[in-house]
Every structure is written in C-alpha cells, then in structure tokens.
Design a protein around this ligand. Structure first.
Ligand SMILES: Nc1nc2c(ncn2[C@@H]2O[C@H](COP(=O)(O)OP(=O)(O)OP(=O)(O)O)[C@@H](O)[C@H]2O)c(=O)[nH]1
Ligand SMILES: [Mg+2]
Length: 453
C-alpha cells in the first residue's frame, strides 16, 4: 500500500433540522393548540486515532467528509431525528492543522483519541415551544442552525522510538533488515527507500520501533532529492541513529552536511542528541579505519560507533545505546504521567473548584475514610477504661489519672452519666475541690436547710 503522510480534507458538519409549525386537530378537542416539534441536531465531524491504519492514503480518495443533517420537527410535538456524526479515522500520530498548514488544531498521539473538529447545528424550535399565556397559538417556528464547513490539513508523524538518518546508500535499510523482521528494499543506488519503513527491534529485555527514513542530501531543506518532508517522522523519536557510509572518502564532510540539513529543518531536530555510527566497517581497509573514525569523532565531538549492517559487527552496542535513550524518555514520560497531577487533593472548596467548578462541596473520600479511622481507636481503648472508675470510684488516688480515664468515657453514650458522678468524689480528695463550689441537687439543698434550722 502506498504511504501517504499529508492529506487535505474538506469537512462539513450537519445542519440542524427546522422546527415545525402545526396545530392539534382532533375530534372533541377544541382549540388543540400549537403542536409542532423541534428539529433534530446535525451530526458533528469527529477525528479518531485508530490502530489499524498506518497511512493517510484513504484521504487521497475521500477528500470530502460530511456529517448528516438533522431532520425537521413534525406534528404531534415530534422532534426530528438527529443527524449521524462523520468519524474521520486516522492513524495514530496524525496532526490536524488549519488550512494554512501551520496552525495546529489537534495531535492524535494515542489510540482511541478523539477530537470534535466541527459541531453540528442545533435543531430549530417548533411552534409548540413558543406557546405561552399571552401567545396561545404561535404561528412561527425557528429554522435549524446552519452547518459548519472547513478545510483541514492532516499530517502523519509516525510514532517511532528511534529513527535512522543518513545519506542515500549509507546502509539504513540494510541495518533495519538486520535488526528487525522488516524487509525494506535494499539496492546499491541512491534513493532506494522512497517512504519511511518501520521495524520492531528486540534487544535484551527491551523492544522499540525503529524507522528507516529516506536518504537526505545537501540542499534537502530546499527540496533537493526527496526534500526533508520525511524528517517530520523523526521529530517524535527518542533516539536518532546517524549512519555514515565508511567506504566514502570525506566522512566528516558527509556528517556535517546531514547535520546542517537537520538544523535547517528545525522543529528541534538539530538539538536532539544523536548516536553516530561509521557503517560498512567490513569494507573499510584497516589502515583507513582509525583515520576515518578520528575525523568523524572530531567533527561530531563525541564517540563514534563502528558497525557493519552486513556482518552485524558492533550492532548490539549501538542498539543498547539507543535503548538507554529510549528507556530514559519512557521513564520521564511515566514520571510525568504519575506526578504531573497535583500530589495532594485540594482541601478547601475554593481549591477544589479551581480544578473542577462542578466539584462537590465535600468530596466523598474525605467524608468516609479519615473519620472511620479516628473514631475506631479511641472507642475501643476507652471502653475498659471508662468502666474502671465507675466500679471502684473512691480508690482512684490521683486526679490526673482519673481525668485521663474519665475523658474518653465521655464519648461513650452510656458511660457519660456515670463518669460525671465519679468526678466530685475524686476532686474532694485532692483538696482543690474546696475552691470550686459543689453543686448540690435540690433535695440535698433542702436537707441542708433543715439541718441548719
Ligand atoms: N559491505 C557492506 N555493504 C553494505 C553494508 N550496508 C549496506 N551495504 C550496501 O550498501 C548498499 C545500499 O544499502 P541500503 O541499505 O539500500 O542503503 P540505504 O541507506 O537504505 O539507501 P537509500 O534507501 O537509497 O537511502 C547496498 O548495496 C548494500 O548491500 C555493510 O555494512 N557493508
Ligand atoms: Mg533504504
């Protein structure tokens, strides 16, 4: 199947159905009144990322996408049927731009991600909707809202973990076929690969997706050769492997040419760290190898791997270096997903509503969990203690101890009264009770008066 990574699509949502003007006409029902229903909603235009697609080739043949319009309302206050949505299925990694090709609307980077591109029109109200005490027979209804229409540019940027970059004939496709089950076309003429190829690489315990991109030549950013349009597929890669044909003469110059193209392309490709490998080592004379490697290391300023896609020499070391970078990014993404959310739940109502305006006044989690834990322990601990002073009230020697025992008992329903009765006796022993007047019951007061007399 042909690979297509850019498509232009004209889309139109559904118009809303018109409201209906009707009156109730029935035997024995005088003045039946307005009876016209509302129009149905028009369908939306929705883009959805699906796993089963790898290219935008479908939009080469289907360049118009239209949602269905809503049906008009009918008599007997019947609302018209809503129009069906138009779902644009696109491969994962598709970006949707405005017609200018630069204003990004949506980036469908995960399977199942959906975005509404155009909204269907609302249906118009029928005359039944407008009846009121002052207008009991409205003879008007509203038309449905018109449809929206727009042209979109779809751009597919493959979701690969690593990308192969280099001049034509550098041995990129040979490398991909060596490390994965992919079988790209390999030949000793430039531009054998005309579109990106993907393969799944398995090394040690890890696996990742590797993309073989068409070769770049000097002036690619100006459209020379295949141009730099396939470089978009390297934008999302965690690791870039830059292959240089070791059988060529000026390896350092080749490296610099490709670097210049990456920088000219922009979109952060120039800043991405790359792994540089001198390929076809099996065909390099030994006396030249060290010289070429040193020249390349001087040009790129870091370590250069020496590999051969044909014999497999040095390939595992390169793959492990790539896996390290890919795993680092995976870890960073997982951390972001984990800690990107606020670490603590918002506590006040204002805080909760700053996150979600419809947040409940008291979140369920807070109502349930902490209170249960709090009440559970003291009640269990208090039960035996509360009973103790009641049974042997006078013998409790120290006030502080008695207080400590009596306090938790207050929380208990039945023990409450009993502990109150214990308290005065304890206070009388400590002597501090003199300072506080003893509260007497009415019968005690009467008995005291009698005694005084
Ligand atoms: N001796 C030797 N030859 C190689 C090696 N890798 C690739 N080749 C040869 O180099 C030629 C080009 O290889 P490809 O894998 O098609 O190169 P490419 O980079 O994909 O080229 P384009 O698709 O044109 O960009 C083929 O004839 C391969 O057999 C290698 O490690 N050693
Ligand atoms: Mg190739």
């Amino acid at each position: 199947m042909k690979f297509l990574d850019v498509a232009k699509v004209y889309a139109q949502s559904g118009a809303g159905g018109n409201g209906c003007i009707a009156f109730r006409r029935e035997k024995f029902i005088e003045y039946g009144g307005p009876y016209g229903g509302d129009g149905g909603r028009g369908g939306d235009v929705i883009a959805e990322a699906v796993e089963s697609l790898n290219t935008l080739i479908d939009y080469r043949f289907q360049q118009h996408v239209k949602a269905k319009s809503g049906e008009g309302g009918k008599g007997k206050v019947m609302t018209g049927a809503g129009g069906a949505d138009a779902i644009m299925k696109v491969p994962v990694g598709t970006q949707i731009y405005e017609e200018d090709g630069e204003t990004l609307i949506a980036d469908l980077s995960t399977v199942g991600m959906r975005v509404r591109l155009l909204k269907g029109g609302n249906g118009g109200f029928g005359n039944h909707h407008f009846k009121s005490a002052t207008n009991q027979a409205p003879e008007f209804a509203l038309p449905g809202q018109p449809a929206e229409e727009k042209t979109f540019i779809l751009k597919l940027k493959l979701i690969a973990d690593a990308g192969l970059i280099g001049m034509p004939n550098a041995g990129k496709s040979t490398f991909l076929s060596r490390v994965s089950a992919a079988r790209p076309k390999i030949a000793d003429y430039p531009f054998t690969t005309l579109e990106p190829q993907l393969g799944v690489v398995k090394i040690d315990e890890s696996d990742f997706v590797l993309a073989d991109l068409p070769g770049l030549i000097e002036g690619a950013h100006e459209g020379v050769g295949l141009g730099d349009r396939f470089l978009g597929h390297a934008e999302r890669c965690a690791s870039i492997l830059h292959l240089i044909d070791g059988t060529g003469e000026a390896v350092a110059k080749t490296y610099k040419t490709i670097r210049a193209e990456l920088i000219a392309y922009g979109h952060g490709l120039g800043e991405k760290t790359e792994i540089v490998a001198l390929n076809k080592v099996d065909a390099i004379p030994e006396k030249d190898l060290a010289k070429k490697r040193a020249a390349l290391e001087k040009a790129c300023g870091h370590k250069v791997h020496v590999i051969s896609g044909v014999t497999g020499e040095g390939i595992n070391t390169v793959l492990r270096a790539m896996v390290r970078e890919i795993n680092q990014r995976r870890l960073a993404r997982a951390e972001q997903a984990e800690f990107g959310r606020p670490a603590t739940l918002p506590r006040t109502r204002a805080e909760r509503q700053a996150v979600n305006f419809n947040a409940p006044v008291v979140p369920k989690a807070r109502m349930m969990a902490p209170q249960k834990v709090k009440s559970a322990k003291p009640v269990e601990a208090a039960t035996p203690k509360a009973k103790a002073p009641v049974k042997t009230p006078v013998k409790t020697p120290i006030k502080s101890e008695a207080k400590a025992k009596a306090k938790p008992a207050r929380k208990m329903g039945n023990a409450k009264v009993k502990t109150k009765a214990v308290k005065p006796k304890v206070k009388a022993q400590t002597g501090r009770a003199k300072a506080r007047p003893k509260s007497l019951s009415k019968t005690e007061q009467r008995a005291k008066k009698k005694q005084r007399r």
